[in-house]
Design a protein around this ligand. Structure first.
Ligand SMILES: [Zn+2]
Length: 82
């Protein structure tokens, strides 16, 4: 079994949350996230952001942002700094 890195997780996270990934990839991602506090935090914040966007889209009919790029970019930058 291959070990996924955080950056691989983040790269696929929006698809993961949308349920667009194959089951085996989903398992790898959720398995990694369970053992990785930074990923847990990221997923939680991403879920909140996605939920917020979807909720707002219904009310104000704004264009939903499926992927919070700013959040992702911030986390990737933090990762690169170690
Ligand atoms: Zn991780």
């Amino acid at each position: 079994m291959t070990t996924m890195e955080c950056r691989e997780i983040f790269a696929q996270l929006s698809e993961y949350l949308d349920g667009e990934l194959p089951p085996d990839v989903c398992e790898q991602i959720s398995g990694h996230i369970e053992d990785c506090p930074p990923c847990v935090e990221f997923v939680e914040s991403l879920k909140k952001t996605v939920g917020l966007c979807k909720g707002m889209a219904v009310e104000v009919e704004a264009a939903p942002r499926p992927l919070p790029e700013e959040l992702k970019a911030r986390l990737m930058a933090a990762l690169r700094q170690g």
